[in-house]
Design a protein. Sequence first.
Length: 93
Amino acid sequence: MPPDGVDSPGASAKPGGNGWKWSREVGPFLTLGLQLAITVVVFFFLGQWLDRELDTEPWLMLTGVMIGVVGGILKFIKTAMEIGKQSEKRNQE
């Protein structure tokens, strides 16, 4: 343990301290891109599988990609707005 009055490396990096403030603010935004990509990929493979099963290539795959993109973007916008509101509320406190 360091002597009294001497800061140890990472002392401010305790959860709830100033060192972790950036992660609370930025963390939710880091997942938004991944969430969008996963949505598009899942709908792509779902459409591709349905195309093979129903012999409709490439229409259901393209439809799946479009549904994934639109749904992912809508969820992206909704989540970003919620995060913005939470950030504003925290800043007002």
